[in-house]
Design a protein. Structure first.
Length: 443
């Protein structure tokens, strides 16, 4: 009989296998799907229905794109007040439930634009609760050395589910109607529930583990969580906030207006019976290429973030995103916009996930929830209000050349400049500055 303090050969083999399969990767796999269902499926495909809203309800482009900006302002309090207080996996369950309710409402609404805007408020609360922040916090708690790669895999879920959604939305809408398609989208979001409840764990300690499956906790775990006041007093935090807001705002403008840009630049007459099918096909092709390319961007940039200078990786991604905007204006549908879609998708895929990675790098994983509780709502405002501003500029000038070619391009360039100004020793400085307050609190 083997001694109690020793393992047999079979037991050692079993232990080695168990050690190789770090539970954090199961969490990543579950988050891959829950994040895709919570964000990728609804967010990246809702714009497909904008021209249907325009034709069916007689709303203007400005009215259609005003719902999300209005909701972003009305829900600004959700991030700081609610998110740091509750379990991330429980937030995912509640948030996806609200997203489902919003899409059921979109599918059943009439021509009352105020109801449409109210449904955007419900959707935005669901997005804030179940979207980037809880997933970013969970993954950042489970990984340190491989955080970039794990976050890259997480964000692939958004791209892949959104990519597959492009195959579903068009035939589903054309085979039934846009009302049914929207309701189907809402119900399928609830597939995130069993994974969030049964697989997700907020941190490795719940399984008796350390990040990355290491034998000892990383020093990062001991770094105290910074207060909201402290974060807002640090100029590097403001640079990250401004840079991310500019980048996400410009990306939001492209995502919201891409189909309208294609519509303006179509080379066939609107009276041609092929016009709407060709417009839909161009949008679907571009969306699929963008989302497929974003998968490569997330995996490549996530790996590079773990290995190279983090500021240079983020800065390069932001400048690449800016350079794709002039390319968009050269597209002439119904030709497939390969160059724009490939480059924009690659940059877009990286841009979103780099924000929490840099926030954790600057202020530690224990401050990530507070960092993102400020950054995400502000980013959501620029992501939503900026497209609305673009709508107004487009309406004034009658073309997207000024709105996209000058305004959006300029704002996107500002994002790269802000990141270029980041000091990369901010974590050490922040930790030193926080020590006196910690000692005072202990006394």
């Amino acid at each position: 009989m083997a001694g109690l303090g020793k393992l047999t050969t079979g037991e050692r083999g079993e232990g080695q296998v168990q050690k190789k399969v770090f539970y954090g990767w199961y969490v990543v796999a579950a988050a891959f799907f829950t994040f895709g269902l919570a964000v990728g499926w609804p967010y990246y495909n809702i714009s497909f229905f904008y021209d249907y809203f325009e034709k069916t309800f007689g709303w203007s482009k400005a009215q259609i794109t005003f719902g999300f900006p209005l909701a972003a302002v009305l829900t600004l309090w959700v991030g700081p007040v609610l998110i740091p207080r509750f379990s991330p996996r429980k937030l995912i369950v509640v948030g996806t439930g609200l997203t489902c309710l919003a899409f059921l409402g979109f599918g059943n609404m009439g021509a009352n634009v105020y109801i449409y805007w109210a449904l955007w408020v419900v959707y935005t609360v669901g997005y804030l609760l179940s979207g980037p922040i809880p997933h970013q916090v969970i993954i950042s708690q489970w990984f340190r050395a491989k955080r970039g790669r794990a976050m890259g895999v997480l964000y692939v879920g958004v791209g892949l589910v959104g990519f597959l959604g492009s195959f579903v939305v068009k035939p589903l809408t054309e085979g039934t109607n846009f009302h049914i398609a929207l309701m189907v989208m809402g119900v399928t979001v609830l597939l995130a529930w069993p994974l969030a409840l049964l697989v997700h764990r907020d941190r490795p300690a719940e399984k008796g583990l350390y990040p990355d499956g290491a034998d000892a906790p990383p020093a990062e775990i001991a770094v105290q969580s910074h207060s909201f006041r402290f974060l807002l007093s640090r100029y590097p935090f403001w640079l990250l906030l401004i840079g991310s807001a500019c980048s996400i705002g410009s990306i939001g403008a492209v995502n919201f207006h891409m189909k309208f840009v294609f519509l303006d630049q179509m080379t066939i007459s609107p009276q041609d019976p092929r016009f709407q099918p060709l417009l839909n096909s161009t949008w679907r092709a571009a969306s699929m290429i963008i989302l497929a390319s974003s998968i490569a961007g997330r995996l490549v940039i996530g790996t590079l973030f773990d290995k190279l200078n983090k500021k240079l990786v983020m800065m390069g991604s932001y400048f690449l995103s800016a350079l794709t905007i002039p390319i968009l204006l050269t597209v002439r549908p119904p030709e497939t916009p390969w160059v724009f879609s490939l480059l924009f998708g690659f940059a877009m895929g990286a841009d979103y996930m780099l924000i929490p990675l840099m926030a954790a790098e600057l202020y530690g994983v224990n401050s990530l929830a507070r960092c993102m509780a400020i950054i995400l709502p502000v980013n959501t405002i620029t992501q939503t209000w900026f497209p609305y501003l673009v709508s107004l500029i487009r309406q004034s000038f009658g073309t997207y050349s000024v709105a996209m070619g000058i305004v959006v391009f300029g704002v996107a360039l500002m994002s790269g400049v802000a990141i270029a100004l980041l000091p990369m020793r901010e974590r050490e400085r922040a930790a030193l500055l926080a020590q006196p307050s910690k000692a005072a609190a202990e006394r």
